[in-house]
Every structure is written in C-alpha cells, then in structure tokens.
Design a protein around this ligand. Structure first.
Ligand code: HEM
Length: 229
C-alpha cells in the first residue's frame, strides 16, 4: 500500500511538470479541452456582465461558433475586429453623406441664393455636386455593404436595424434617381446655358436632397435610440 501511495505521489510530481511542459510545447487534446473549459466559464461570466442588446447576442453567437474551431482566441478577435471595422466604415460614410447634405442644404443653399445670380448659382451647384456625388457613391456602397455585413453577424436582427436598413435602401434609391435624372439635366442645362431647364433640375435636386437629409437624420436617431431600447 505504501508503495502505491508513493507511486501515486511521484506520478503526480511526474505528470504535473510533464503536463506543464506539454501545455507550453504541443497542447495535447486533453489540455486544450481543459483550457477551453476554463475560458468558457470565464467567457460566460463576461457575457453575463455584458448585459442586454446586440452586443450580448453578438458575443453569444461568437462564442458558440468559435467553440468548434481550433484556437478559441483567434476566431473571437477576427470577428470582433471585422465588426468594428464594418461599424467604422458605416459611421464614417454616414458622416460624409448626411453631414455633406446638411452643409449643402442648411448653409450653402440660402447663402448662394443670397449672393449669386441664377447662372453663377447653377454653375456653383453643378460644380459642388460633381465633386460631392462621387463621395456619396462611395458612402452608399460602404453603408449598404457594411450594414448588410453587420446584419449577417446578428441573430436575431432587431426591428430597429431592419427599419434602418429599409430607410437606408430608400435613401440610396433616391440618390441614384438624383444622379441619373435631375443631375444629368442640370449638367446639360449649365453646359447649354439653358438656365430655365437647369433651374428646374436644381429645384428637383433640392427637394430630394431635403427628403434624404431628413431620412438620414431620422436613421441616426433610429440607430442610436433603437440600440439602447
Ligand atoms: C444613411 C443611412 C444610415 C444611417 C444614417 C445609419 C446610421 C447608423 C448608426 C449611427 C449606427 C451606429 C449605432 C450605434 O452604434 O449606436 C448604425 C449601426 C448599424 N447600421 Fe446603420 N445606418 C444607415 C444605413 C444602414 C443600412 C442600409 C443598413 C443595413 C443594410 C444598416 C445596418 C446597421 C447595423 C447592422 C448596425 C449595427 C447596429 C448595432 O450594432 O446595434 N444601416 N447605423
């Protein structure tokens, strides 16, 4: 009996250092499972600390997916980072588009009407839109791309995100109409010095940009207030 006890103790002394060595060197399956178990319990603790809203759903989704992949940490950071990059691209595009519409509609429009005669005013707007719209195209592509990507990471997708997506798609369609219809007429009218035709086209652009600005500001409210609900 004494012999068994001694063997038990020594093998303990033998296994622990071996275990530590192997843990550092090759991490056999058993230790991987132990490591995952310890990480899982600390992660559950972290999730319960995270509280409500999309972040909890997002973490849960991450957790269940990554438990089956090799290397727990790598997959978590990859998804976290891509979501953060998507949200950054989403927000920087919103700033450029909605911010640009705000400056044009609220500040430049009344000033141009105050200080410029119709031909100069129409040339000014043709130039402003010719420079602004390529940025809006980039913003529309990035907002839709990042928005649908982030939606793909969410389960379930909450109502406020669906409302934001619908409003965002309507805004994108209004912009495409502006670009291919009245903006084309404005460019041709200015080139032909047809100030009446160009003026009518500018009037339609002004009305549609006003609608898109209101929808854009509404969408920021839906996104931020919806997230907190
Ligand atoms: C111009 C239109 C849009 C505006 C102004 C807008 C605005 C925003 C803002 C401000 C946020 C950040 C919310 C926060 O972190 O508190 C956000 C997040 C988000 N947006 Fe948009 N968005 C627009 C279009 C879209 C579209 C078209 C989609 C889908 C196709 C979309 C899907 C999302 C998603 C999934 C999130 C992350 C929500 C979360 O993490 O809770 N957005 N958006």
């Amino acid at each position: 009996m004494v012999r068994d006890a001694l063997i038990g103790v020594f093998s303990g002394f033998y296994i622990v250092p071996l275990y530590a060595l192997e843990h550092v060197a090759r991490e056999p399956r058993m230790t991987l499972l132990i490591r995952r178990a310890t990480q899982y319990s600390s992660r559950r603790a972290e999730i319960s600390r995270f509280g409500s809203g999309s972040s909890r759903r997002f973490v849960l989704r991450k957790e269940s997916r990554s438990r089956s992949m090799n290397g727990y940490e790598e997959s978590v950071t990859l998804e976290g980072t891509s979501m953060t990059v998507a949200l950054f691209l989403h927000l920087i595009s919103v700033v450029v588009w909605v911010g640009g519409m705000f400056l044009a509609y609220v500040c430049v429009r009344p000033t141009a009407a105050e200080v410029l005669e119709p031909p100069q005013r129409l040339r000014l707007w043709e130039g402003v839109f010719r420079r602004f719209f390529p940025w809006v195209w980039a913003a529309v592509i990035l907002i839709l791309g990042s928005g649908f990507y982030m939606m793909g990471q969410m389960a379930p997708v909450r109502m406020y995100v669906m409302v934001m997506a619908a409003i965002g798609v309507v805004m994108s369609m209004i912009f495409m109409h502006i670009y291919f219809a009245p903006f084309g007429r404005l460019k041709r009218g200015v080139a032909a010095q047809d100030w009446k035709g160009a003026g009518a086209a500018l009037g339609q652009i002004r009305m549609l940009v006003g609608v898109n600005l209101a929808l854009g500001l509404l969408n920021v409210a839906v996104a931020v207030l919806g997230r907190g609900s």
